[in-house]
Design a protein around this ligand. Structure first.
Ligand SMILES: [Zn+2]
Ligand SMILES: [Zn+2]
Length: 300
């Protein structure tokens, strides 16, 4: 596919603006504050950055970068919280169980002269995973992720924007409100143990991992094969689906991190049906069989 080439600094500005717009409807009830960036700034990492807001008054800023710091020949997108106080950044990194940093970077890991880049290039499995960076000399601290999406500019932009929004909202979540409680009482109607239900829903609410799962499954329901864009059109249905945690209720250990393999992409209907089932290992297979059986009957 041919994409009209634009300058990379202009691309960064466009992407940063889009993330700001995508975040805006979700920041109500959180301490996040977003604002449209007007321009990008050159960095000492052979690229640019755009500031799109902060995590609250006096809190770290929200930044979007496009540079060669990861050690790759081409520039990579990066989304992060950036602040002057190491403890504050570490505090943010500790907030979500799904976002445990896979790597910690210090002054020793980066080249001393400009343009600065990692001495040991970021490994493939360290991309799209949270990374903590602490630079004592410059007194700069970062918590963010590097994106390694490949393909057209449109694809890179789509994937990165969705993950950046999910990342920021996972680190600075909304205060739980009464409405959420109501919704959770409706699901797993047959399960008596509310603690298990809360644990299950808590894991599914981790947006970052859920977004990755849904992108990998192309937003296609793994039970009934429907995609929202096929039924509702691209304008409304694109990039929409839900993620379900497949570990049976009651086996969720608080200390164990949720992995991508623990989640499955489902449509809203199949998700509700799964929650009405027993919360046992065979539920997904059972529901698939039920759907297949009834699709056949209705076609007759
Ligand atoms: Zn479905
Ligand atoms: Zn679920």
């Amino acid at each position: 596919m041919k994409t009209k080439r634009i300058r990379e600094d202009a691309w960064l500005l466009r992407v940063a603006k889009r993330i700001t717009e995508d975040l805006r409807p979700h920041v109500v009830g959180t301490s996040l504050r977003v604002r449209q960036p007007r321009r990008v700034h050159s960095t000492d990492t052979d690229g640019w950055l755009a500031v799109i807001g902060n995590a609250g008054k006096g809190m770290p800023s929200l930044e979007i970068w496009l540079d060669r710091f990861s050690g790759c020949p081409e520039r990579k997108f990066y989304a992060c919280f950036c602040g002057r106080e190491e403890q504050v950044i570490r505090g943010l990194a500790r907030r979500s169980k799904a976002l445990w940093p896979v790597r910690e970077v210090t002054d020793d890991d980066a080249t001393a002269d400009e343009p600065k880049r990692l001495k040991r290039r970021l490994r493939l499995n360290e991309f799209n995973e949270p990374v903590l960076e602490n630079y004592e000399e410059a007194n700069n601290h970062f918590f963010g992720f590097f994106d390694r999406t490949q393909g057209t500019m449109a694809r890179i932009e789509d994937h990165f924007c969705q993950q950046a929004v999910a990342f920021f909202l996972d680190v600075v979540p909304a205060q739980p409100n009464a409405q959420m409680e109501d919704a959770s009482n409706e699901v797993y109607a047959r399960c008596e143990n509310r603690k298990w239900v809360q644990a299950h829903l808590g894991r599914e609410r981790s947006r970052y991992l859920a977004t990755q799962r849904k992108m990998r499954d192309n937003y296609c329901c793994q039970v009934c094969d429907m995609t929202f864009s096929a039924v509702y059109g691209r304008a409304l249905g694109a990039s929409f689906a839900e993620a379900h945690h497949i570990k049976p209720l009651g086996t969720l250990n608080a200390k164990v991190k949720t992995r991508l393999e623990d989640l499955i992409t489902v449509c809203a209907n199949c998700h509700r049906m799964l929650h009405r089932m027993d919360g046992k290992p065979g539920d997904i297979g059972k529901l698939k069989a039920i759907v297949r059986k009834h699709q056949k009957t209705s076609k007759r």
